[in-house]
Write a protein that binds this ligand. Structure first.
Ligand SMILES: *Cc1c(COP(=O)(O)O)cnc(C)c1O
Length: 389
């Protein structure tokens, strides 16, 4: 099944899109093409594959599969989510202005502030996405890009994508959505008018915490052409082994997301009632300020990330996080196994204290990546760990 076979449903495309049995042996699974170069019949006469930075068959199959799942026309696989994001920023001329949501993956913030500000004179204004007007009020005549993460990391703020896309279009501003927390099963920003989707493939798309990768998807021909050039010119491509793993992982994305989300809903409601919990943030709770937008924008799901403010201090948080048995204390998210993290010391350690304070990323905030284990075991694990506070 090649290209965007729209007559097939998502679950079918997750397994087959971009993949044909290998023509020489009939191997049903796309092989790992471990080669740096390809034989040419005559100078310039090749099979479509010349040099493996430019094209690799394993990578191409993975790119076609994700392009199809994100309702795009082209996808470009990179060595990490940050490499994907960094290449998207290369679309901008030096000195461009960008508006970004104020709550986002710490590494993206570091890329903007500690790298591109210096090397590309990038100017970034941050906006609270709770109301699209706050994003729009930051737009100036130099604004070339809007960078959105929804739900955002770690506070799970939701941006109304259709609304931002509509206004950005009238001003000719490129819109980018980091869709890592949702995966294309739950949210497809391109269908809502967004120009570019970025993923850390490391998370839900691969889903098994055994590789690092990134991908960028678009349906706009001019952006696609520019990204194809940049992927090859900058060269931070995904290797064939990682693409093989991700292609294997994504086959079960729909199955995994169902279990991830149903477990997370149970856990979020349970935490919301827990006496040691000050506040539970989860888009599926009616207390979430953008609960209604998530309901329509996220395909009836609410994701599997939950952030929780505990009624305790750093020492209490430490005691609880040392106690979990099923939840593993570790960075990252989106794998089949449940992880528990502490943004201040882990994912958001690169954000200065003052900024963390103003964003409410405090010592008593913990973040759960709910896996696909038994919900009962996960609840029991949290229950015993919270007793240690
Ligand atoms: C992990 C993550 C990234 C960075 O991806 P890497 O694969 O670790 O480089 C970017 N955005 C979000 C939302 C992430 O969770």
């Amino acid at each position: 099944m090649t290209e965007n076979n729209k007559e097939f449903h998502f679950d079918t495309r997750a397994i087959h899109a971009g993949q044909e049995p290998e023509p020489i042996t009939g191997a049903v699974m796309t092989p790992i093409f471990a080669t740096s170069t390809f034989k040419q019949k005559s100078p310039g006469e090749h099979t479509g594959f010349e040099y493996a930075r430019t094209q690799n068959p394993t990578r191409l199959a993975f790119e076609k599969c994700i392009a199809s799942l994100e309702s795009g026309t082209k996808a470009f696989a990179f060595s990490s989510g940050l490499a994907a994001g960094a290449t998207v920023l290369e679309l901008l001329e030096s000195g461009s202005h960008m508006v970004a949501v104020d709550d986002m993956y710490g590494g993206s913030w570091r890329l903007f502030e500690a790298v591109r500000k210096r090397s590309a004179n990038l100017k970034v204004s941050y906006a609270d996405p709770d109301h699209p007007e706050t994003i729009l009020s930051q737009i100036s005549k130099d604004t070339r890009m809007i960078w959105i993460e929804t739900p955002s990391n770690p506070l799970l703020k939701i941006t109304n994508l259709a609304e931002v896309a509509k206004i950005a279009k009238t001003k000719n501003i490129v819109t980018v959505v980091d869709n890592t927390f949702c995966s294309p099963y739950i949210q497809r920003p391109l269908e809502l008018g967004i120009d570019i989707v970025v993923h850390s493939v490391t998370k839900y798309i691969n889903g098994h915490s055994d590789m690092v990768g990134g991908i960028v998807v678009t349906r706009k021909p001019e952006i696609s052409e520019a990204l194809e050039f940049l992927q090859n010119a900058v060269g931070s491509i995904s290797d064939p082994f990682s693409c093989f793993l991700a292609l294997r992982g994504v086959k079960t994305l729909p199955l995994r997301m169902h279990q991830h989300c149903s477990n997370a809903e149970k856990i979020a409601h349970w935490l919301d009632q827990h006496p040691k919990v000050e506040k539970t943030i989860y888009p599926g709770l009616t207390s979430h300020p953008q609960h209604d937008i998530s309901r329509t924008q996220m395909n009836g799901f609410f994701g599997a990330m939950i952030s929780v403010y505990l009624k305790t201090d750093m020492a209490g948080v430490r005691r609880a996080l040392e106690k979990t048995n099923v939840f593993t204390l570790a960075e990252s998210l989106g794998g089949v196994e449940s992880l528990i993290g502490h943004p201040v010391t882990m994912s958001h350690g690169s954000i200065p204290l003052e900024r963390r304070k103003s964003l409410n990323i405090s010592d008593n905030l913990i973040r759960l990546s709910v896996g696909v284990e038994s919900a009962e075991d996960l609840l029991e694990d949290l229950d015993q760990a919270l007793k240690a506070i």
